[in-house]
Design a protein around this ligand. Structure first.
Ligand code: SF4
Length: 467
């Protein structure tokens, strides 16, 4: 069977002002995971429109499209085009799961929830010519999932070709998070076996890995066994965690020993009222400062994520957040405008309060205000958001932030990482457009590399929380 897997580009990618670096980081692992269920004699193609041109003049028998909110209209355009020519189209992903009736107008079949469970059934039905209109994942397991078809990925087009996911979902339920809608009909958090995860790591060349898991430390026993198993593999890796997990037990030390060099943390807000309002309980009653100090001592750089526009935010939130992030020595910061994604509790609340401005999904990109904030105008929220980025990445702030916490070598590495990432964005764009991105991977590995922490440098904070 001829099967084409497509990750459509969000609409702005067609603009000459498009900054491609954010979308050239990671290959479309989800689609490559589904491709693994195909038969050896199936003819497969996988196209990521963010990094390569999509042809629409071919004639696959089945088109599988991954949809997220800002690429939804482009996805529908592509689907309509193929269906008009008689090709069967299946769609899945976060946006399809949130709004299946909208997506179903453009597809022969929609998949709700994680694809691993339902895709084999969908494939069998497609072969038999009796696709069902809707497939809903109910049970949750990663047992028996075949190895990802990484051979379909054009590695040279991505800065981080070695991205990997070893868990699904997250044990928490922040009310603005898209993933709750995605996992609504079953278990919301589960893992691969440790052996399967280690085998997947073994298959990846080079040293650098990026774990795209929502919460790599979310299942402590799994995470600990994984990190112990990774010791001696000489990997350097990045991943995401929460404040409470960093302070719990010594899992973060095991991660550092296994090669963790940079971590993404959703601090979201410095306001307790905002955290409570968003059900971000894992950040409450845990000291951000202690978590940060612990990471600095272990030589782990921090990418802090913050949301602006929650109900307790006023005019001063932007400057206060940037000052705090710089003072704490965060290496990079990711700012977002609060965005009520359909299917979330946050969306329901904002909609019920009549504060939604529109449903133009292209603009639900966390850079535009799509609702009326409580104490700010939408325009002030957008201005503050852009100013926060500008201020955080001023040379003076990069220097100041890098000078806080950890060893001299750790500070130098953080400076190189932050400066390289944000201050040289035009260079990244040039490398992407000239297809030389892969040549930068050794540089990234050099920046992240460092000697193993010595026993005397291991911090003691958090030991009382082992219980
Ligand atoms: S911790 Fe992150 S991934 Fe988990 S529910 Fe909250 S926002 Fe979502």
């Amino acid at each position: 069977m001829r099967i084409k897997f497509i990750l459509p580009a969000l609409t702005e990618a067609t603009s000459p002002f498009f900054r491609p670096v954010k979308y050239s980081l990671f290959p479309p692992l989800g689609l490559a995971t589904l491709a693994a269920f195909c038969a050896p004699d199936d003819e497969l193609t996988l196209v990521d429109e963010h990094v390569e041109k999509l042809r629409l003049d071919d004639d696959p028998e089945l088109v599988v499209i991954q949809v997220y909110i800002t690429n939804a209209y482009r996805a529908y355009e592509i689907a309509d085009c193929y269906r008009a020519r008689g090709c069967a189209v299946a769609m899945g992903g976060l946006h399809v799961t949130s709004l299946p009736d909208e997506a179903a107008q453009h597809a022969d079949a929609v998949c709700l929830g994680p694809g691993e469970e339902v895709f084999p059934h969908l494939l069998a039905d497609a072969r038999a010519g009796r696709l069902q209109p809707r497939y809903v994942a109910q049970t949750r397991t990663l047992l028996g999932v075949p190895p990802i078809r990484r051979d379909l990925i054009r590695r040279a087009l991505y800065l981080v070709p070695n991205s990997i996911v070893v868990t699904r979902g997250c044990p928490h339920h922040c009310d603005f998070c898209y993933k709750d809608a995605f996992f609504a009909s079953g278990k919301g958090f589960y893992t691969q076996t440790v052996d399967a995860a280690l085998a997947e790591i073994e298959r990846l060349p080079g040293r650098h890995l990026y774990f795209l898991d929502d919460h790599l430390l979310g299942h402590q026993r799994f995470a600990r066994e994984l990190f112990v198993g990774m010791r001696g593999m000489r990997r350097l890796f990045q991943g995401a965690s929460t404040v409470d997990a960093i302070l719990r037990g010594d899992t973060i030390e095991l991660a550092a020993k296994a090669g963790l060099r940079s971590i993404f943390i959703g601090f979201e807000s410095l306001s307790t009222a905002n955290l409570e309002g968003a059900n971000k309980t894992q950040n409450l009653r845990h000291s951000y400062k202690r978590a940060i100090a612990r990471l600095h001592e272990l030589g782990i750089a921090i990418n802090g994520s913050f949301v602006f526009g929650l109900d307790d935010d006023r005019d001063d939130v932007f400057d206060r957040t940037v000052d705090w992030a710089v003072t704490q020595g965060l290496t990079t910061a990711t700012f977002h405008i609060a965005t009520p994604y359909p299917g979330t509790a946050y969306f329901q609340r904002i909609e019920a309060q009549g504060r939604l401005l529109h449903r133009d999904w292209r603009r639900y990109d966390t850079r535009q205000a799509v609702f009326v904030p409580k104490h700010l105008s939408p325009a002030a929220l957008e201005r503050g958001y852009w100013r926060a980025y500008r201020d955080f990445y001023r040379w003076t702030n990069i220097l100041q932030s890098a000078s806080r916490g950890g060893s001299v070598a750790h500070r130098l590495r953080r400076f190189a990482y932050a400066a390289g990432w944000k201050r040289f964005e035009p260079l990244w764009d040039f490398l992407i457009r000239t297809r030389q991105l892969a040549s930068m991977l050794p540089l990234l590995e050099t920046i992240l590399n460092r000697p193993e922490p010595t026993a005397s440098s291991a911090p003691m904070v958090g030991a009382q929380e082992d219980l």
